[in-house]
Design a protein around this ligand. Structure first.
Ligand SMILES: *Cc1c(COP(=O)(O)O)cnc(C)c1O
Length: 372
């Protein structure tokens, strides 16, 4: 058995099996909110819970937050509203969830993949800047993903965007509760996306939100997400081709209840991170992934970087036999069949990180069982 496998088995020995990579926690409060919503009869895209979730989420983030059906739809809508058109090129991290690139394709635009840096797993601002200088035509948009809830080097990426007149969009799907200089992730770009999928820090079953500090864009996000319906007491009118992307009230009921527990989950995740850090920081054979100093992370997923791909596979297999489910990272997006002909800069760091990273079990409920 590999040393790292043994360490994890020891650390997690009190936790009931199977141990998932990440699972949501629910209590009777969640059930009563959902039950109340069902009893009210308002389960679809209109209702008091979805309005309340919109309000409370906006207050928490300090920007407009428009709830939608999932994070992918939020990304799609964000790109549409940012003005991404057919044939436009959009810089996309080569290291992100596939939905980031898919959303670009939904707009019939072209993803242009860029390199990550090892500290944050986010886009490398210096390499990007240097790369842009070599291009004859500069893409008009850049999507930054905050991976594992750790903020990318957002200040530097904002500067690169300003310098080259690029519109910044953030994929903040993983980073609810993550802040940089008292600003929530997702509020640096023109418009951004959050996700409340079952594996994220809070969940609405399926769900997401479009984030923006601009009231006009927020209004437009709400309009487009509700089939571009205009207010008329007598007839149903729609003034453009909208989307049926509004979050259903039923999902928002769960969201209202989950949002109340966000601070609790954040505290549990921080504790989990600290326990893993005690075990894995300063071990010679691996690296433990830490957020940047000037940021507050939500510690959504804890990760280690092992020696090589073979070691990664051995550890994941050994732990799976013990019903402890860790996971490797995504394949680089540019290596997927539907994206392999897209423009890209060299991404050796992405390839390296994708082959050696292991995500550790990170459910908030695990905290109570960990042996430090
Ligand atoms: C989860 C996730 C999404 C998509 O969210 P869904 O709600 O599952 O559609 C997009 N980008 C990243 C980085 C994610 O982790």
């Amino acid at each position: 058995m590999h040393d790292i496998s043994n360490l994890l088995i020891e650390t997690l020995k009190e936790a009931p099996r199977p141990i998932a990579l990440h699972e949501p926690s629910f209590d009777s409060g969640d059930i009563s909110y959902v039950s109340d919503c069902v009893q009210s009869g308002w389960v679809s895209s209109v209702g008091s819970y979805v309005d309340r979730f919109e309000l409370e989420l906006s207050q928490y983030i300090g920007a407009h937050a428009i709830p939608v059906v999932n994070g992918t739809a939020a990304l799609h809508l964000a790109l549409v509203i940012a003005g991404v058109k057919a044939g436009d090129e959009v810089f996309v991290p080569d290291l992100t969830f596939v939905a980031t690139a898919n959303a670009v394709k939904y707009c019939h635009a072209i993803p242009h993949f860029v390199e990550a840096e090892k500290n944050t797993y986010g886009i490398d601002p210096d390499k990007l800047d240097a790369y842009i200088q070599t291009l004859s035509r500069i893409p008009k948009y850049l999507i930054v993903t905050h991976i594992f809830g750790n903020s990318a080097q957002i200040d530097k990426l904002c500067s690169v965007c300003q310098k080259h007149n690029i519109t910044l969009i953030e994929d903040a799907a993983e980073s609810l509760g993550s802040w940089v200089d008292n600003k929530h992730t997702g509020t640096f770009g023109k418009i951004s996306a959050l996700s409340f999928n079952g594996n994220k820090i809070i969940t609405t079953g399926g769900g997401g939100a479009v984030i923006t500090t601009d009231p006009t864009l927020a209004q437009r996000a709400k309009h487009l997400s509700t089939t571009a319906k205009t207010n008329s007491p007598y007839t149903h009118r729609h003034d453009e081709i909208g989307y049926n992307y509004r979050m259903p009230n039923l999902n928002a009921a769960l969201g209202c209840s989950q949002l109340k527990k966000l601070e609790l989950y954040l505290a549990q995740k921080k504790k989990l991170y600290q326990i893993y850090a005690d075990i894995f920081l300063n071990r010679s054979e691996i690296e433990f992934i830490t957020p940047m100093k000037n940021t507050i992370s939500n510690f959504w997923l804890c990760n280690i970087l092992v020696k090589d791909e073979i070691t990664r596979n051995i550890i994941i297999d050994e732990l799976a036999k013990e019903k402890i489910f860790c996971r490797g990272l995504w394949a680089p997006i540019s290596s997927l069949p539907m994206y392999k002909n897209c423009p890209k800069m060299p991404t050796p760091i992405v390839e390296d990180l994708c082959s050696r990273t292991i995500s550790l079990p990170s459910s908030p409920s695990l905290t109570q069982f960990l042996v430090s």
